[in-house]
Ligand binder design. Sequence first.
Ligand code: SME
Length: 165
Amino acid sequence: MFKLDVLQNMSTEEKYKYMLILIEGQCSTEKNSLANLSNASAIIKACLDKLNWVGFYIMRGDELVLGPFQGMPACNRIKLGNGVCGSAAALKKVQRIDNVHNFSGHIACDFATNSEIVIPIIKENKVYAVLDLDSPEFNRFTELEEKYLIKFVEKLNKYINWEEV
Ligand code: SME
């Protein structure tokens, strides 16, 4: 059982660190990749403020297919190179976008979104998925948060069998 009431008294950085403890606890006690990805999206949504969508898109051929998420229903498929998610996957590089309306090709799944961060999930130089976080606030995602989200993804990635999901 996750104890989330403790979050109320934590600083922002403590919340990032707690998120890492939670994902390690989840993945080290469960082998099923779908369960781990599902709870990973729930852990981020519970620990971080001002998010309207958090979830995974998983590479299948030349497109990303919607995976476990928290938020409003979203687009099912994104071609490699399209939108913020497809760009992160094609470039193998984090996309931290302060204002999505200025990002050429941004795909608006939830009209509430104003800023977004997408972390590519890579094993042996191959992109298996992306983690996507959306916020209704402009400039929501900081460099510090990006650093912790990368750590989060690194921990998670060690446990996921991407062929299984
Ligand atoms: N905005 C994303 C699409 C996914 S939704 O935000 C959930 C993009 O431009 O790739």
